[in-house]
Ligand binder design. Structure first.
Ligand SMILES: [Zn+2]
Length: 171
């Protein structure tokens, strides 16, 4: 079933919900529809157009991304499912740039997506000692990247609200 993008009062993405959940928010006047389909349907004696994007009427505070737990899924989403050494999108693993054995931390600026062959080649070394270069400096992900971690499809009507993530491929 199609999902609905939920925006904060500030128009920043907060999460993605089901159409049913979005309709409940609209019915309770907790949100307004910003983008919708032309399709109409009836619910609770009212006529609705199928929402694509809704905006909450009250601000909700979203935890800062930097404080979020690091997971494989989150690291892959931040790196757009590409090995940060060679660009491959297959056999992805998480690599510690400074190996843990060398005191490297479990922090957003020390973990990157790496394909298994690159991870194997790098081994227990720093990238430059293995003659490897990172595509970009790892940093905490944008808050919105968590919004799309569990979404299979990004609807075109969402793109104006996604900022730099709009171009991100969806895994
Ligand atoms: Zn690679």
């Amino acid at each position: 079933m199609r999902k609905v993008l939920v925006l904060n009062t500030t128009y920043e993405p907060v999460n993605v919900c089901s159409v049913r959940r979005a309709l409940v928010l609209l019915l309770k006047d907790k949100a307004e529809a910003i983008e919708h389909a032309d399709t109409c349907f009836h619910a609770e004696r009212q006529t609705f157009r199928l929402p694509h994007v809704i905006r909450l009427r009250h601000f909700v505070s979203v935890p800062r991304a930097a404080s979020k737990r690091i997971s494989r899924r989150a690291v892959f989403a931040r790196d757009r499912h590409r090995c940060q050494y060679c660009g491959s999108d297959r056999h992805l693993t998480v690599d510690h740039v400074i190996p843990r054995s060398k005191g490297g931390a479990d922090s957003w600026d020390n973990v990157v997506t790496s394909c298994a062959p690159c991870n194997l080649k790098k081994g227990d070394r720093l990238p430059h000692l293995a003659d490897m270069r990172l595509a970009s400096r790892p940093r905490p992900p944008e808050p919105a990247s968590f919004v799309f971690m569990h979404v299979d499809e990004i609807h075109d009507s969402w793109r104006p609200y996604l900022g730099s993530l709009a171009a991100a491929p969806v895994a």
